[in-house]
Design a binder for this molecule. Structure first.
Ligand code: S3P
Length: 172
């Protein structure tokens, strides 16, 4: 994997595509540090994503998200797990691509609905009754942002992580 050098490996994708779980496995396999942008925001703010959305709204959250991403993209050699909405800001996309391989984790809408059933940590799920419309809007943005798309439907996080490593070895 000589050619991937120290570029970051960046996971993007809709809520429930497994970015955090896959990120953990990938970081171990590549012997890299995993940084999850949502966790960074929560740590910096000292409150949960739900609390941030409830008190200060989505615009405030997006500003914090952009700051965290800009900061992390100045570093190298990371595995970065991002929040599902980061691609709506094109500056985030530019930053992530500048110094990283951007991997889009995807799954069918049916599978995402199954994985997210009962979730109460994601404010946008509560707000968006039309899950399918949100997914469709986002899918185009993921497509434009990513170097590669990996379908995670029916696959374990380990299988997905192995697929990413194969991509990095072959194509990156
Ligand atoms: C969001 C996804 C969440 C989190 C926030 C907003 C989104 O991250 O950043 O709730 O806009 O899709 P996950 O994709 O890790 O759930």
């Amino acid at each position: 994997m000589k050619s991937i050098a120290k570029k970051n490996v960046v996971l993007i994708g809709f809520m429930g595509t497994g970015k955090t779980e896959v990120g953990k496995l990938l970081a171990v396999a590549l012997n890299r540090r995993l940084v999850d942008t949502d966790e960074q925001i929560e740590a910096a703010e000292g409150r949960t994503i739900n609390e941030i959305f409830a008190s200060d709204g989505e615009v405030y959250f997006r500003r914090k998200e952009a700051e965290v991403i800009a900061d992390l993209c100045r570093q190298t050699g990371l595995v970065l797990s991002t929040g599902g909405g980061c691609v709506i800001n094109l500056e985030n996309v530019r930053n992530l691509r500048e110094n990283g391989y951007v991997i889009w984790l995807d799954a069918t809408i049916e599978e995402l609905k199954r994985r997210l059933a009962g979730d109460n940590k994601r404010p946008l799920l509560a707000k968006n009754k039309d899950f399918t419309a949100l997914y469709r809007q986002r899918a185009e943005l993921y497509r434009q942002a990513a170097h590669v798309r990996i379908d995670t439907t029916g696959k374990s996080p380990l299988a997905v992580s192995e697929e990413i490593i194969a991509f990095l070895q072959k194509d990156a």
